[in-house]
Write a protein that binds this ligand. Structure first.
Ligand SMILES: Cc1cc2nc3c(=O)[nH]c(=O)nc-3n(C[C@H](O)[C@H](O)[C@H](O)COP(=O)(O)OP(=O)(O)OC[C@H]3O[C@@H](n4cnc5c(N)ncnc54)[C@H](O)[C@@H]3O)c2cc1C
Length: 287
């Protein structure tokens, strides 16, 4: 994993093990849906009225049996930290280091860009940020593609708002119950939402099968604690006028590892203190 600021490499950490996985979400979901118990209706929108009424083909659903998993569109207007994103999947690119993920930070961008290789000749390259338009992001993305010599064929162009405001157990319900990004299950510093969403789905399954309180389980999750810390850091960066503490820094592998752990919500106290000594302005007043 490598971290850059204004296209200068600040540091690199070789994890020595697989830490990032690329998931084919369609295939992943199909595995679960291949099941006689499930009646699946593809390409069928559920009409939602006032966050409270759910209709499929004009038939009202029993609210007690609804699990909202619509992603960020649920209660979108009530979210206070929404980032725009844009990502290309590119082919015909020459990738030297297939197992190296690059994270690129820029002055003035509350967010980051990413270069995630898919193979020796294909890559996911994207960028996201708060208070910045998709057009501005896409211009920057195209300059990154040139700078990092990733020119090839764009086979997919995608993007969506991401809720960076953190997990909201109080939105969990029910009824209706809600899981995933619908309740902000996204790590605020990274925009990582797949793993946190699965964790909330697992929490709901546990609550329903063991007759426990879902909101209480959500409030006890490690990702909830981590997302609260990350949100505080993000608020600070936004308040400081988008000043990231990376300028003129060189980051040791240990510090990059601590940044990784912070992003994943796995930072222990020791790592946290060590990170605070390396990047004091990031955590001042927070720990
Ligand atoms: C460009 C980009 C890159 C990302 N990269 C990563 C990454 O590398 N790693 C990571 O962990 N996360 C990443 N994320 C975040 C991650 O994709 C989301 O947090 C995650 O997909 C949320 O999962 P979900 O199931 O809650 O919602 P979604 O994946 O958003 O799924 C919700 C589904 O519900 C459907 N839906 C919505 N409303 C209705 C309705 N009324 N009726 C019927 N269907 C409806 C939608 O069409 C969608 O298919 C990225 C997000 C973006 C935008």
């Amino acid at each position: 994993m490598e971290v850059y600021f204004e296209d200068k490499r600040l540091g690199r950490w070789d994890s020595g093990r697989k830490i990032f996985f690329l998931v084919d979400r369609t295939k992943y979901l199909e595995e679960y849906l291949n099941n006689d118990l499930i009646e699946l209706k593809l390409s069928t929108a559920v009409k939602i009225r006032n966050n409270d009424e759910f209709l499929v083909e004009d038939k009202k659903l029993e609210k007690e049996k609804v699990i909202v998993a619509t992603g960020v569109t649920w209660r979108l207007k009530e979210r206070d930290m929404v980032a725009n994103t844009i990502q290309y999947i590119m082919e015909g690119v020459k990738i030297d280091e297939v197992h190296t993920m690059k994270f690129l930070f820029y002055q003035g961008l509350v967010g980051y860009a990413w270069i995630f290789p898919l193979s020796e000749n294909s890559v996911k390259v994207g960028i996201g940020g708060i208070n910045v338009s998709v057009d501005e992001l896409e211009n920057k993305l195209n300059s990154i593609i040139k700078k990092y010599k990733l020119e090839g064929k764009v086979v997919k162009r995608e993007g969506a708002p991401i809720d960076m405001g953190g997990l909201k157990p109080e939105w969990g319900g029910g009824p209706p119950y809600a899981i995933g990004e619908a309740i902000g299950a996204v790590m605020p510093l990274t925009g990582e939402g797949i793993r946190p969403s699965i964790i909330t789905a697992h929490a709901l399954a546990t609550a329903l099968t063991k007759n426990n309180n879902y909101k209480k389980i959500l409030s006890g999750l490690g990702i909830y604690k981590a997302s609260k810390l990350q949100r505080k850091i993000l608020e600070r960066v936004l308040k400081q006028g988008a000043e990231l503490p990376f300028k003129d820094k060189e980051l040791s592998p240990k510090t990059i590892e601590a940044i990784y752990k912070l992003g994943m919500g796995e930072l222990g106290l020791r790592d946290l203190l060590s990170l605070a000594s390396k990047l004091p302005s990031l955590l001042r007043g927070i720990i």
